[in-house]
Design a protein around this ligand. Structure first.
Ligand code: SRM
Ligand code: SF4
Length: 633
């Protein structure tokens, strides 16, 4: 039996037609790539995503009436965040030669290069593949990069199973079309690793309507998925992958001897939403049940087939699998999946609570070697002033050829480090301005921001470029109210799509209109619970006024050891709002100096800084003096 739900053209969204006409992801990009143009057509742009690239423009360079400054972002597909040393060397060089000079570690354990011109796209893509990488399926309506905890423990079998199955599921659901190799490598096929025979068999296995028997794509058919699809595999107690935000999460279950038995399965998480459209929302995944290891690929295929055949292909805003779970409820979803699976899904196995883990700093790997987790602010690997992470990583890579793992928190781990090399590696990092994990402000350590401006076409506010300054202000405010050692999870995005998973942060900023953010509060520190909207369109200049009452209330009424997110959840939004209202009307004027901000040109700012240093007074005082003099005539 083959699936029967090929959507009819009159009912479906525009993108469904583009996929159908693409000859399994070949056109129009194969044709348009050969044309001497700066960018692709709308259809080409959509199909290009499946190959791992987004057409963007540098929004800082937009000039009315002129063509946009088109450029391309490339994203790697790296299950579990595994980046071999050879691939890192290639990505580093490509980003220097063809990109904007930076590399960006993403929230799903991939690398992105920004700023590639269309004429160089093929060169860069081919170089990635020839150096053990791939971008196929990093974007588009199919299974995205499969996540797994990044810690390379050699002596924790659960972790080893998690990487193995993350990798195998990535293979199982990889597109089978020849388009990628034809277009970018002139048909030459590069295989970076053999597929596990179980995966090959599982892909072709003729389940109950799970596969198409004609064409190149047994699982996806001509129309691929209705929307992006995201999977993570983790181990009990480890929520480094934010498992509740995924379409599907699998949790490794072992016996007392640490032999793999099977997996607990969760489904229906997803974060993307649209402001003022209540029918779109962030959602945490539901527990679905347990599956034996022998059946896990069949179950994953059954879930994929359920979403493929029943996911909404008319309205892309309602097309993620979370809406099926929401509209059907867990019982109906489970029973439809069981129809494809061909048997009953077993009850969930009991598990300990899931915790936030980032694996930063030095760790014993368990096989005589070490791994080192380096905090990368917002994932941006660059050289800037005294901070020269890009160069430091290049030197470490050249000298020691260490494999890298990218973490789901935009950080990097070097592993397989010989004890004798620890000191030299640490020295390379220190001499390039990279702080040890103990020296990093904990607000920075536990924060994330998405790229937003200038590359993201969907951004309505700054994010990556704004968060560092905002964290400084929050640290100053915490110090002011007597919470100088406090930290919590802060995440920011430039729009409601949720790329830095702000709805699972204790304090989330979600871009709403220029310079204004929706403020989300109350997720737990381990990302098991969603935050809620506390304030709308909060201007970033009002940050201190908005947050000070909350921090004061938290300091006064928290339970011993209670985190900020748990506190906000316990007292509730209404109580927070009431306290803030009383606080602002009564005490805030006395307690807080309201600060106004004005912008100055970079050169003026530098002169201001020099003047303040020369005179030994603060910059505010210099400005105040100058303004007084000016205003008084
Ligand atoms: Fe994302 C679209 C960046 C993880 C939800 N995301 C985009 C685009 C491609 C903008 C676009 O469509 O034109 C962004 C490119 C910006 C740029 O200049 O690089 C973008 N997303 C990112 C990254 C780079 C953010 C980061 O700080 O690392 C992450 C890349 C991950 C990867 O390696 O694959 C990234 N995006 C996420 C996540 C988090 C996750 O997957 O764990 C989410 C929320 C989880 C989810 O999917 O529900 C996420 N991105 C979205 C959405 C909203 C999807 C939805 O269901 O509504 C969009 C827009 C869309 O798909 O229409 C989007
Ligand atoms: Fe762009 Fe919005 Fe994603 Fe940020 S959250 S990268 S602004 S799509």
């Amino acid at each position: 039996m083959s699936p029967t739900s090929a959507p009819s053209a009159s009912q479906v969204s525009k993108v469904e037609g583009i996929k159908e006409r693409s000859q399994q992801l070949r056109e129009p990009i194969a044709t348009e790539l050969l044309q001497d143009t700066t960018h692709f057509s709308e259809d080409g742009t959509q199909i290009l995503k499946f190959h791992g690239s987004y057409q963007q423009d540098n929004r800082d360079n937009r000039v009315k009436g002129q063509e946009k400054d088109y450029q391309f972002m490339l994203r790697t597909r790296s299950p579990g965040g595994i980046i071999p040393s050879q691939l890192y060397t290639a990505l580093d060089q490509l980003s220097e030669e063809y990109g904007n000079g930076t590399l960006r570690a993403t929230t799903r354990q991939g690398f992105q290069i920004h700023g590639i011109l269309k004429k160089n796209l093929k060169t860069v893509m081919a170089a990635i593949v020839r150096n053990m990488g791939s971008t196929l399926g990093a974007c588009g309506d199919l299974n995205r990069n499969v996540m797994a905890p990044p810690a390379p423990y050699a002596n924790h079998p659960e972790y080893i199973y998690a990487w193995e199955y993350a990798n195998n599921i990535a293979d199982l659901l990889a597109p089978q079309t020849g388009a990628y190799y034809e277009i970018w490598l002139d048909g030459e096929k590069f295989i970076s690793g053999e597929e596990h025979p179980d995966v090959v068999a599982a892909r072709q296995a003729n389940g109950n309507r799970t596969i198409f028997h004609d064409g190149e794509e047994p699982i996806y058919g001509q129309h691929y998925m209705p929307r992006k699809f995201k999977i993570a595999v983790t181990v009990p107690g480890d929520n480094s992958v934010d498992l509740f935000s995924q379409d599907v999460s699998l949790v490794v279950i072992t016996d007392d001897q640490k032999q793999l038995l099977g997996f607990n399965v969760y489904a229906g998480g997803g974060l993307g939403r649209t402001h003022n459209k209540e029918e779109t929302f962030a959602r945490v995944a539901d527990p679905i049940g347990y599956v034996d290891k022998e059946d896990v690929y069949s179950l994953v295929k059954a879930i994929v087939a359920t979403q493929r055949d029943y996911g909404d292909r008319k309205d892309r805003r309602h097309a993620r699998m979370k809406y099926l779970l929401n509209d059907w409820g867990v019982d109906k979803f489970r029973s439809v999946v069981e129809g494809y699976f061909g048997k009953a899904i077993q009850p969930l196995k009991p598990l300990p609570p899931f915790e936030y883990k980032d694996f930063l700093g030095w760790h014993d790997q368990g096989d005589g070697k070490f791994f080192l987790g380096i905090s990368v602010e917002n994932g941006r690997i660059k050289d800037e002033g005294d901070f020269r992470l890009k160069t430091a990583m290049r030197l470490i890579n050249q000298k020691f050829a260490l494999p890298i793992r990218l973490t789901p928190h935009q950080n990097v781990l070097f592993h397989d480090i010989e004890p004798a090399d620890k000191l030299e590696i640490q020295e390379i990092l220190s001499s390039h301005g990279i702080k040890a994990v103990e020296e990093i402000d904990t607000l920075v350590r536990y924060s994330m921001a998405c790229p937003a401006l200038p590359t993201c076409g969907l951004a309505v506010t700054e994010s990556e470029r704004a968060l560092p300054g905002i964290l400084d202000r929050i640290r100053a405010l915490l110090t002011k109210v007597g919470l100088e050692d406090e930290h919590f999870v802060i995440r920011m995005t430039g729009c409601p799509n949720g790329c830095a998973r702000p709805y699972l942060a204790e304090l989330g900023f979600v871009g709403q209109s220029p310079e204004s953010y929706q403020i989300w509060l109350g997720a737990d520190p381990h990302q098991n619970r969603l935050a809620q909207i506390y304030a709308d369109k909060s201007h970033i200049n009002d940050l201190e006024v908005t947050l000070e009452p909350l921090f004061v209330y938290f300091k006064r009424d928290r339970h011993p050891g209670e985190s900020f997110g748990d506190f906000c959840d316990r007292v509730g939004l209404q109580s927070l709002r009431e306290y803030a209202a009383r606080y602002t009307s009564g005490m805030v004027a006395k307690a807080t100096k309201v600060r106004h901000r004005i912008g100055v040109r970079d050169d003026l700012y530098d002169r201001l800084k020099t003047a303040a240093t020369t005179e030994g007074i603060s910059m505010s005082e210099v400005v105040a003096k100058a303004l007084e003099a000016y205003l008084n005539g």
